[in-house]
Design a protein around this ligand. Structure first.
Ligand SMILES: *Cc1c(COP(=O)(O)O)cnc(C)c1O
Length: 812
């Protein structure tokens, strides 16, 4: 396709759809027109990908995740289709700015943070690697809340992302399935004496799938992300005549739970979990049966992945379908289930380990509960007398009136992986140690990754251009080729070009900050970024205390030789997470204080950008000089913003936590600022119970000065919140060792300040960060899942019957 043809088709489609000329059309109409050209161009390949999988009896993986966080899809689809440049230029010639159309698309925010974003990076990578893999999740009516600041407090507004429709999805009514919720179940012998379940009462939910094409990077592969929407089945209409009844029914899957780390423990959440699990597993079995292959071989056709424990009921639902519906013996079904299932653990924090009360589970999905009971009974029966009695008690699925979802996922699958080396080691040695003793072969590591296409090619076109000119374009397909950049670490022209790209990105972020917050920041200053959910363990507070220290130091000595710095935060707090919201309030108040204080001559600025989401991340990350990855060691499973930021040339200041350890290994100690307790030292404190925050406070006058600023009126309008945070540190003994790491953190910050003053050295460090980021591509991650866990292969690994070439693009 050439530009001329594109312009012609675009004008024709606009005329067909809206009976309009370009000059009359609104941005929304232009956006709809472009989207419709795109979906009709890739839908043939979507159908063909689907057909090829079927005709080749291709084994497929199904990634079950209660969250997906794709952000906007317009540019990413254009890039992957090979259309981006052509469309940008073609539109420009029609007097249309592509970026104006991008603004129309709402962020698809059906996730809270890292977990959902990982699932979406995987969707991009699975398709881009040509792997047969699908997503399975929930089509929430409302995505993650929109965050506003009112009087420096967080306020949550609903995210009505579907209001103007969704271009990319296709409703597939004919693929709907019913899900049974509630009621009673008992087992009754049939004429042959086999027990079958009899259901009484309860209700039927209709699950209707909405499919979204996952377009691979210039390879003509289009996979499917299937999101289930809840509807009232026609035969149940009578029960939902009243508006109230209808509303409470529809509410079941209408909102995403806005907490990323605390289990809600609510009946609605459990219903959501069973709803998308049952619908997804049923549709997999329906497809498999249409292939007419022996049921015993289903593990050669399907791999089901349980992303965190929310879909752990896949284990029991698969058993239910094989045993109850397909009349398979328990033993055969169990063998197949474990071969089909695999599980990723994402956290080691106790409050995030999901458990459901027996009563609630009996209430929501009684048959599933019976099956879990039987799995648990057999688990004990098999091990009793063979294994240590206490170990069996600790690893049971059902204990103390609760169903432990991680136990179900581990026992019912063949693979359990962590998401970074350190995390996977901690699973084996501490958190899941008992299971490791039982099943050492099931444990493995898959370090997280990020979709390089979105996080460099789209987010950072300025740097991408420099990379193309310096090392050629192969890095766009193979991220390991970023290493070629190391050949240029002494090349001033390249160092300057990269710095110029960074400067451009900083200027445009500065303009965004000016227009959205009214704060003037200089692009000459260090842009120091901490963007992630607001959580005590992520320690935004440590960052804040350092900022307060710098401020107080500058007040004392305005000539203090520090580089001007702009501290940038982006973070949402769960609406019910009181402490996290207090931190937001205090950061905002400190910002108001500092930004208005002319005596510090603009040396410090503090900006908290509202409504952190994928699109905002794409703006901030290319402009970052410093990446804050300062969680308490052992708490962050992996992190992925650490990867996005290093890729874009930011220098990391980090604890040895999650994937930071591997980033350090990748760049070497001279190109990262490491500080703080190690995970071993943290565990020592837990064991010896000998951490006393108050001693640090009483001994260290700097800590005293900074912490007192929270309660002595230095910072206005935080009487309550300042006291609350002060108490968390002093009275409640500083659960996340903020004060313990403070001095070391300040020293690391000082070394960052010094490194920045040596411009050439700083630019070299930045280059080395980008050059060594290739290993954190999610293409690498999903390839490892495909090889080691799912045993799936690319569609045309053996034959190339569709004649696809590596750089194929789409015809109109
Ligand atoms: C990458 C990303 C995250 C994850 O950030 P971490 O620092 O790894 O917790 C969260 N939210 C959004 C919008 C992201 O893009």
């Amino acid at each position: 396709m050439d530009k001329k043809e594109f312009k012609k088709k675009f004008k024709r489609r606009l005329a067909e759809k809206f009976a309009m000329e370009v000059t009359d059309a609104s941005s929304n109409e232009l956006y709809q027109t472009l989207g419709s050209l795109m979906t009709s161009a890739y839908s043939q390949d979507w159908r063909e990908t689907w057909k090829d999988y079927r005709e080749n009896n291709q084994k497929q993986s199904y990634y079950f995740s209660i969250e997906f966080l794709p952000g906007k899809m317009l540019k990413s689809n254009l890039l992957n289709m090979g259309w981006l440049e052509l469309v940008e230029e073609g539109l420009d010639e029609l007097g249309i700015q592509l970026n104006d159309l991008v603004e129309i698309e709402p962020d698809m925010a059906l996730g809270n943070g890292g977990l959902g974003r990982l699932a979406s990076c995987f969707m991009d990578s699975i398709a881009s690697c040509g792997l047969p893999g699908n997503g399975n999740g929930i089509r929430y009516e409302y995505g993650l809340f929109k965050q506003r600041f009112v009087d420096n407090y967080q306020v949550e507004l609903p995210d009505e992302w579907l209001q103007k429709g969704n271009l990319w999805e296709v409703r597939k009514e004919s693929k709907a399935v019913d899900v049974q919720i509630g009621g009673n179940v008992y087992l009754k012998p049939d004429q042959y004496g086999k027990l079958s379940p009899v259901y009484e009462g309860g209700s039927k939910l209709r699950a209707v799938p909405y499919d979204t094409g996952m377009v691979g990077y210039q390879n003509k592969i289009v996979n499917t992300m299937r999101l289930w929407s809840l509807e009232i089945p026609p035969e149940e209409e009578d029960r939902y005549r009243s508006i109230e009844a209808r509303r409470s029914f529809e509410d079941l899957t209408s909102v995403l739970y806005p907490d990323d780390s605390n289990e809600a423990g609510r009946k609605m959440r459990l219903t959501q979990e069973y709803f998308f699990v049952s619908a997804g597993v049923q549709s997999i079995l329906r497809y498999f049966k249409s292939l007419n292959q022996p049921m015993d071989e289903i593990n050669q056709y399907a791999a089901i992945h349980i992303n965190d424990t929310h879909p752990a009921m896949c284990v029991a639902e698969f058993m239910r379908l094989l045993v109850d519906e397909e009349q398979m013996s328990w033993e055969r079904a169990w063998d197949l289930t474990r071969k089909v299932m695999s599980y990723t653990n994402h956290t080691i924090m106790a409050e995030a380990l999901e458990k459901w009360s027996i009563d609630m589970m009996k209430n929501v999905c009684p048959r599933i509960y019976q099956i879990i009971e039987e799995i648990d009974r057999r688990f004990v029966e098999e091990l009793i007398g063979v294994q240590d009695f206490d170990l069996i008690q600790r690893t049971r699925i059902i204990q103390d009136g609760q169903v432990h979802m991680a136990h179900l996922a581990i026992i019912g699958s063949h693979s359990t992986n962590g998401v970074a080396k350190l995390h996977s080691d901690l699973l084996k040695s501490v958190v899941l140690h008992d299971f490791y003793l039982l099943y050492p072969d099931r444990f493995n590591n898959k370090t997280n990754g990020i979709a390089m296409r979105r996080w460099v090619q789209l987010a950072n076109p300025a740097m991408s251009k420099v990379l193309d000119a310096t090392i050629g374009k192969t890095w766009r397909k193979n991220s390991d080729d970023l290493r070629l950049l190391l050949n240029y670490e002494e090349d001033d022209q390249v160092l300057n070009a990269l710095a110029e790209a960074k400067y451009q990105n900083k200027r445009s972020l500065a303009a965004y900050i000016k227009s959205h917050c009214g704060i003037e920041v200089s692009p000459e200053a260090i842009f120091d970024v901490q963007i992630k959910r607001l959580h005590a363990y992520k320690r935004q507070l440590l960052n804040l205390l350092h900022i307060i220290k710098l401020y107080l130091d500058l007040k004392e000595n305005p000539e203090l030789p520090i580089e001007p710095r702009v501290f940038i935060f982006g973070a949402k707090a769960a609406p019910s997470y009181h402490y996290a919201k207090s931190i937001i309030k205090v950061i905002n108040e400190v910002a108001s204080l500092i930004n208005a204080d002319e005596t510090i001559k603009g040396k410090l600025k503090l900006v908290f950008l509202e409504n952190y989401n994928v699109s905002l991340a794409e703006r901030i990350i290319p402009a970052a000089d410093v990446s804050e990855q300062i969680s308490l060691a052992s708490k962050e499973a992996s992190g992925t913003s650490n990867m996005k930021l290093m890729l874009n040339g930011a220098v990391t200041i980090a604890t040895l936590d999650g994937a930071n350890v591997e980033i350090r290994d990748a760049v070497g100690d001279d190109n990262i600022a490491i500080f703080g307790l190690t995970e071993g030292e943290v565990y020592q404190y837990y064991e010896k119970r000998n951490y006393h925050a108050i001693d640090l406070y009483e001994r260290d006058t700097t800590i005293q000065k900074v912490v007192n600023a929270l309660i002595d009126g230095t910072i206005p309008n935080i009487t309550k919140e300042g006291q609350e945070i002060f108490d968390s540190l002093i009275k409640y003994n500083d659960e996340f060792f903020v004060l313990r790491d403070f001095e070391d953190y300040c020293a690391a910050q000082m070394s960052v300040n010094q490194a920045y003053q040596d411009t050439r050295r700083w630019r070299q460090i930045s280059l080395r960060n980008t050059a060594n980021a290739g290993r954190f591509s999610s293409d690498r991650t999903v390839q490892q899942y495909a090889d080691d866990i799912w045993q799936i292969e690319p569609l045309f690994a053996h034959n190339d019957n569709r004649g696809v070439t590596q750089h194929d693009t789409y015809l109109l």
